[in-house]
Design a protein around this ligand. Sequence first.
Ligand SMILES: *Cc1c(COP(=O)(O)O)cnc(C)c1O
Length: 495
Amino acid sequence: MNLTYQSTRGGESGLTASQAILKGLADDGGLFMPTSIPKLDVTMEELAGMTYQETAYRVMKQFLTDFTEEELRYCIDHAYDSKFDTEEIAPLVKADGAYYLELFHGSTIAFKDMALSILPYLMTTSAKKNHVENEIVILTATSGDTGKAAMAGFADVPGTRIIVFYPKGGVSKVQELQMVTQKGANTAVVSIHGNFDDAQTGVKKIFGDKEFAAKLAAKGFQLSSANSINIGRLVPQVVYYVYAYAKLVQNGEVRNGDLINVTVPTGNFGNILAAYLAKQMGVPIKTLICASNDNKVLYDFFKTGTYDRKREFILTNSPSMDILISSNLERLIYLSTGCDAAANKKLMEDLSTKGAYTVTDSMKAFMKDFVGGYATEAENAAGMKHLADETGYIIDTHTGVASCVYKKYVAETGDKTPTVIASTASPYKFSHSVMAAVTGKEAETDEFASIDALCKASGVAIPRAVEEIRNAEIRHTRECDAADMEKNVAEILGL
Ligand SMILES: *Cc1c(COP(=O)(O)O)cnc(C)c1O
């Protein structure tokens, strides 16, 4: 049976999975959702003995029904290979009574790798299935993590080019070095004179330029997007929640059927939505704890039913969670209306015109499995230090937020359900903030001094991704004004 995909705003329906992946975003601005959420067709006992790759196949084939077994296994085997520094791909580490699901063992040491290492294969396979002859050009604006993970995924993938724009001076040292040293003949990196919003606006402008699209088509190119609203990024993220539960069963930590809770450090709401989909597929998950930093728009939403982005944007030490518009929440809103696209569209219009919307009581009741929590900078640092002192386990600042929120949740509710915490980045990616938190002292001024100190403190080897940038050749030096982004794309592609 073929599962089809439709826009959360009602404008498009009947797309196959591969068509939805190719499009990324619906023409009406909505996100693609399957007409129903499929169930797992294997038992947990069976899953318990499976590798990550086999689990990925069993989960993803339920969503991507127009992919053949051969196509899907090809994508999975090429994505989850030696790019990951452990065969387990996503290991579970027990510390201080919780299970940390480490999602940062891929090539850019953040959880974005879990989906962005497979998206290029899903996209090129989708292109082939739909007889797309053009070379696909991925345009990405990034504030740090997504651009690097997307490039690492698309580097030297035949039939694709990737161009990343980042704000000059607006990313961390490690993030910038990771991007400008990126290898791959099909990769290009451009720093723009402006902020992230300027980069994002510029990319959107290029997408909307029909004349430019015609010029590209004449030369055999078409644009696509690798950002987190693509269903091809969401589906691969469901896998690790299924895998984590199966591992807990296999290791005797829970009995098959026992409920678990999941805590996720949240920004754009993609990762926690994947956990919700895993629950709908049949994984015994009770509560989904949505952890925020000081930008606690989601905490307020789950508490009051009103989503209000009209507030100050706060810069924190967990920058990948500094976000006031969580795009993937739209998918949950849509489900909570009983898949009423018109009702969802109205709320999303309210968000863009009035900056806020309020859900109905029945929608709020639909979301009762979600609980919001937040941690301040000071609470986060204290929590990270406590965990390191008590157990020797050092976590990154984003995972720190989740860890802290989980502890507050247990203290408030007494809920002792076994809990998986999504660990979204290696502490090495944020060495400065991590070392400042666990030592309780001002950080070293040199980034690599913090990295070496972290190695001493944690006893964990410095990841390849960090060693690589220490002395790597700078390959990308292109800079431009925000107004000249399209011109630069044309130059890079040789139009
Ligand atoms: C992107 C990111 C998040 C937020 O994930 P969402 O899916 O956007 O909610 C959390 N932590 C890290 C390290 C990230 O890179």
